[in-house]
Write a protein that binds this ligand. Structure first.
Ligand code: NDP
Ligand code: PHD
Length: 343
């Protein structure tokens, strides 16, 4: 068993991490951190628990500690980070420098050239960027990121289409309110409404997808050459980001060929990777957030509604934003780090 810690354990993503890690076949929760206001309190008192299962009994009494190297035991080599990005930017490098391996969900440093941005089923080879990171920064530990939840939803489907030579992608999202955190969007803002603005989200989808599908030559990652244009919208669903994608490829691809490429796209041999990575629906009105977000325990991506357009194909895809798009993505990256010998 690898003893692990969770940074930002009292937050929405932190609570999902606890749900996914207790129990886990390879990991044992040994440290929980949060802000100085929560430090020193037992977890059940520090966290306003809102997850849809009780706090695991052996987690409830763990004392929350500050998010700093001195507060985290040395025999906890792997940390899952779900900190606000401004806090992550400050503290994650100090933890990596102190020897901890950090699998982070926060958005800071995702596009740094020496920080691997990884979806294990898509670009596991990018983990080796950590060698460059250690050389350049002199760290004993490491910092690895998972992408933004909207990016994670779309990118596996693009990876499957890339065998036809992706040239340009346009995407419009319908994103669940949980992506903004528990108090991110008020009920008065979102009920009977849709909000066509999520700060910074379009830019993240446009850049992170090109890094994920980029090639790594052992020294640096070259971004994929496709053009990506995104438009991001918040709608009143609780969980599950639905996305409408238009893709143009160098070689002509029919809707049936696109669906077959996605259905055949392999999963990864890791405990949290679903047996079927991309589920393809034949029904034109699927996937739908409420019906399909929990496929593969919330770790599968689904796609459907394939049709030809004048210059390519159009389809829809979906993933659970706080599981596959956040906490589950970090856990999967932690499993890959162990598998590859970085922990
Ligand atoms: N919600 C989602 O679906 C997604 C979120 N993310 C990203 O994950 C991260 C966490 O999001 P979320 O869980 O929603 O956020 P929350 O606001 O719910 O939780 C934030 C966590 O960070 C802790 N924290 C806040 N300030 C500090 C500080 N100064 N020092 C140490 N710890 C601190 C909080 O502790 P305390 O309780 O003590 O304040 C809490 O544990 C963010 O970067 C977010 O952008 C990414 C994808 C999806
Ligand atoms: N912005 C995403 C959630 C999020 O926090 O993304 P990031 O990990 O890039 O900060 C959403 O609103 O659904």
């Amino acid at each position: 068993m690898v003893r692990i810690g969770i940074l930002g354990a009292t937050g929405a993503v932190g609570q999902r991490l606890i749900q996914l890690l207790d129990p886990h076949p390879d990991f044992e929760i040994a440290a929980l951190t949060a802000s100085p206001d929560s430090a020193g309190k037992p977890y059940r008192q520090a966290a306003k628990w809102r997850a849809d299962s009780p706090i695991p009994a052996n987690v409830a009494d763990i004392e929350v500690v500050e998010t700093a190297p001195a507060a985290i035991p040395d025999d906890v080599p792997l940390l899952f980070s779900s900190l606000p990005s401004s806090v992550g930017a400050e503290v994650e490098p100090t933890l990596a420098e102190a020897g901890y391996v950090v699998s982070s969900n926060s958005s800071n440093a995702r596009m740094d050239p020496d920080v691997p941005l990884v979806i294990p089923e898509v670009n596991p080879d990018h983990v080796d960027v950590l060698e460059v990171q250690r050389d350049e920064r002199g760290w004993d530990g490491a910092l690895l990121k998972n992408p933004n939840c909207s990016t994670i939803t779309m990118t596996p489907t693009l990876a499957a289409l890339d065998e036809f030579g992706l040239e340009s992608v346009t995407v419009a999202t319908l994103q669940a309110v949980s992506g903004a955190g528990y108090s991110g969007v008020t009920s008065m803002e979102i009920i009977d409404n849709a909000v066509p603005h999520i700060g910074g989200e379009e830019r993240k989808m446009e850049s992170e997808s090109r890094k994920l599908l980029g090639s790594f030559d052992g020294a640096e990652i070259e971004l994929h050459g496709m053009d990506v244009a995104a438009s991001c919208n918040r709608i009143p669903t609780l969980d599950g980001h639905l996305e409408n994608v238009w893709a143009e490829t160098r070689e002509t691809v029919t809707p049936d060929e696109a669906a077959a490429a996605m259905a055949a796209y392999p999963s990864a041999p890791l405990p949290s990777s679903p047996e079927e990575f991309i589920h393809v629906f034949e029904e034109p009105d699927r996937p739908q957030p409420r019906l399909d977000r929990n496929l593969g325990n919330g770790m599968a991506v689904s796609a459907g509604g394939f049709r030809a357009t004048s210059d390519g194909i159009q389809y829809n895809c979906l993933a659970h934003n706080t599981i596959r798009g956040a906490a589950g993505a970090s856990v999967l990256n932690g499993e890959l780090l162990v598998e590859e010998g970085w922990v």
